[in-house]
Design a protein around this ligand. Structure first.
Ligand SMILES: Cc1cc2nc3c(=O)[nH]c(=O)nc-3n(C[C@H](O)[C@H](O)[C@H](O)COP(=O)(O)OP(=O)(O)OC[C@H]3O[C@@H](n4cnc5c(N)ncnc54)[C@H](O)[C@@H]3O)c2cc1C
Length: 416
């Protein structure tokens, strides 16, 4: 068959889900157009390392064209999809129209500020390379500014770092930030009284990392407190003006830095699909990952809403997106052959979050680990999962250097 006559699969998003589906369709009798607004795949779980000056962006991202340079049935197009017409089966990309036979919507998520404009305007977030670099520049600049500030109150506000959200990302960044201060900044700013620095983690609920077993939640709290992170429970933020964090109980914290990690929602494009959406703008999918009433369109990853066996929505995690990428590729191959679609079942590989040097919590194979053992598993797994051999090697060397010399590689304040 002429290549042009092969069924056309359009994949929107080269994140965890889209990338996995595209790779899995490598030998399928289809032609693939993979679209992403960025020309790289981003390994979001290590984004916080860019923000705390531990890694450079090129170590947590990889060019999509390089990943697929050997895959003959795939074309990559860089650009933002601005519209999806499920009835007429096409997507709009920067003014051009691309028709499809099968569509995979793998557009991921974006930060959810729950309508708090002041937080969005004045706070920092971790979602893409730009936001991570902005955060890094700001954090480092606070130390520069504080080192020449004579007013003690102003200096304290510069050195108070508030992280909002006690989920894995909030835990990871507050632990890493506390270590950056105690291991690196302490030595680089000898004139600063490091006791004036504060990392505060605000959690609106009564526990950290709520999806983890109770013993690991407690361990996380203990490990963070051991690193001098001030964890505040039932601390609901209501406003942030860039200088002062206001809490629901009327108290406030003077802080020139707020990092928001307390919410994710599906990428904006899902709202114009004209289909039923669940909470956080996620598209409700069939168990087969198809969009209801549109058998040739599939939705996966953070953009999709599917309930687990226990009536809980599948979490917005890379492991879900990857497994769904695999499953959707299989279902498309079955559809091409005229076979029935298979329902998706998530196999939970466990939970893992790092809290800093020698400290992590893990729930794997039904067992809970914390401390050094969990941290070693975390390091090994992340090195293994980063895309590209060169990136793996460089990250490993970087981390080993930082570990043995209590250093941090990327303390550059670049142009804002
Ligand atoms: C800071 C942070 C830390 C995290 N840590 C972990 C962790 O430790 N473990 C874990 O399992 N998960 C973690 N996650 C969650 C994980 O990254 C997501 O669940 C996962 O990336 C979802 O995969 P996806 O394929 O659905 O979307 P993504 O990986 O987000 O990819 C979506 C892609 O779609 C593209 N895109 C979006 N809209 C358009 C458009 N209109 N046109 C063209 N392209 C578009 C984007 O550019 C992006 O490349 C973390 C997330 C963040 C932000």
């Amino acid at each position: 068959m002429n290549a042009k006559q092969l069924p056309h699969v359009v994949i929107i998003g080269a994140g965890f889900g889209g990338l996995t589906a595209a790779k899995k369709l490598r030998n399928a009798p289809v032609r693939i157009t993979l679209i992403d607004k960025q020309n790289y795949h981003l390994f979001q779980p290590l984004l916080y390392q860019v923000a705390i000056a531990g890694l450079i962006p090129a170590q947590v991202a990889y060019p999509v064209r390089t990943i697929f340079r050997g895959q003959k049935n795939l074309t990559f197009q860089m650009g933002a999809v601005t519209a999806i017409d499920l009835e007429s089966r096409y997507v709009k990309l920067d003014g051009s129209v691309i028709a499809y036979d099968y569509l995979i919507i793998a557009v991921g998520g974006e930060t959810n500020f729950f309508g708090m404009d002041s937080v969005q305007r004045n706070g920092f977030q971790l979602k893409d390379i730009e936001s991570a670099i902005d955060t890094r520049n700001h954090l480092l600049k606070m130390f520069e500014n504080a080192s020449r500030e004579a007013d003690a109150e102003k200096r304290k506000a510069m050195l108070t770092f508030v992280v909002v959200g006690g989920g894995p990302t909030g835990v990871e960044i507050s632990g890493a930030l506390a270590e950056l201060i105690s291991h690196v900044m302490r030595r680089e700013y000898p004139a600063l009284d490091i006791n004036e620095t504060r990392v505060v983690l605000l959690e609106a609920g009564e526990a950290l990392i709520t999806s983890y077993p109770d013993e690991l939640r407690k361990d996380t709290h203990r490990l963070l407190s051991g690193k001098n992170v001030d964890v505040k429970f039932k601390a609901k933020l209501t406003d942030y003006n860039g200088q002062r964090v206001t809490l629901a109980d009327g108290t406030y914290i003077a802080a020139n830095t707020l990092i928001w990690t307390a919410g994710v929602k599906a990428s904006g494009i899902t709202s114009q699909l004209g289909v039923q959406l669940a909470g956080s703008g996620r598209v409700r999918s069939e168990a087969t990952l198809q969009v209801p009433a549109y058998a040739e369109a599939y939705v996966i990853g953070d953009a999709a809403y599917l309930e687990n066996g226990n009536s809980q929505p599948l979490p917005m995690l890379s492991t879900v997106a990857i497994q769904q990428g695999d499953a959707v590729a299989e279902n498309i191959q079955r559809a091409v052959k005229g076979l029935d679609q298979k329902p998706f079942h998530y196999k939970d590989p466990g939970l893992l979050a790092t809290i800093g040097r020698n400290a992590a919590v893990a729930r794997i194979w039904g067992l809970s680990f914390s401390g050094l053992m969990a941290w070693l598993i975390w390091v090994g797994l992340h090195i293994y999962r980063i895309i590209g051999f060169r990136n793996r090697l460089v990250v490993l060397i970087n981390w080993a250097w930082d570990y043995f010399f209590y250093d941090s590689q990327v303390k550059l304040i670049t142009r804002e």
